[in-house]
Design a binder for this molecule. Structure first.
Ligand code: MLT
Length: 204
């Protein structure tokens, strides 16, 4: 598959009325990781799944970090723009509507960065274990953009303050936000999948 700037997988829709899903893996994942999750969460939707281009000890990520939860903000900015360009190229090549990002961990953080800086790139976002990736200088207009944020209330990698700050910013920007802090840690649970699938069913 020509890579359009990112090694990726694309699976065409069998139900083209569903928004395409942009699958964004966590640290150490790749373009194959979230395909089964995408198929389970939104059966029949087109799936677009890029591999993050930054390597941390050989593990793919979507942007550099200096330490856990401390990000290289220049790299984040550049990588967010690069991902937005990939989305535009993939939409043109595959004939897609604006995708709904479904990101886990590092993938959820770059999806949040896309919402804050390139809001038109996404139809909305499912953010699993995300935090506010940076303090925006001005708020984007996310009016009526559907966003589901699923956090783990005892997530050791994401502080309550960082995820609450993301909630505050998304709400202030006007997103149609559903936020749930589940009684779990960083890893996804069956509960996450049930809530996400139900939420996705109602996205138009
Ligand atoms: C990040 O680096 O985006 C966060 O620390 C989460 C992670 O990578 O797992």
């Amino acid at each position: 598959m020509t890579d359009l700037g990112f090694i990726h997988k694309f699976i065409p829709a069998t139900q083209p009325s569903k928004p395409p899903l942009l699958l964004l893996h966590g640290t150490g994942g790749d373009e194959n990781d979230l395909i089964p999750l995408g198929q389970q969460l939104s059966p029949g939707a087109a799936l677009l799944s890029p591999r993050g281009k930054v390597l941390e000890n050989g593990m793919p990520r979507f942007f550099r970090r200096l330490a856990e939860g401390i990000f290289d903000l220049d790299d984040l900015k550049a990588r967010t723009l690069e991902l937005a360009k990939f989305i535009a190229a993939a939409r043109e090549t595959y004939g897609l509507a604006a995708p709904l990002a479904a990101g886990f961990s590092n993938g959820a953080n770059i999806a949040a960065s896309l919402l804050l800086t390139q809001p038109d790139a996404l139809h909305g976002a499912l953010l699993m274990r995300a935090m506010l990736p940076f303090e925006p200088e001005s708020l984007p207009n996310l009016a009526a953009k559907p966003v589901l944020l699923l956090s783990g209330s005892s997530d050791p990698m994401i502080s309550a303050a960082a995820r609450d700050r993301l909630v505050t910013v998304l709400q202030a920007a006007g997103a149609d936000l559903v936020y749930k802090a589940l009684p779990t840690g960083h890893n996804l649970t069956q509960n996450d999948l049930i809530i996400a699938a139900q939420w996705l069913e109602h996205i138009k």
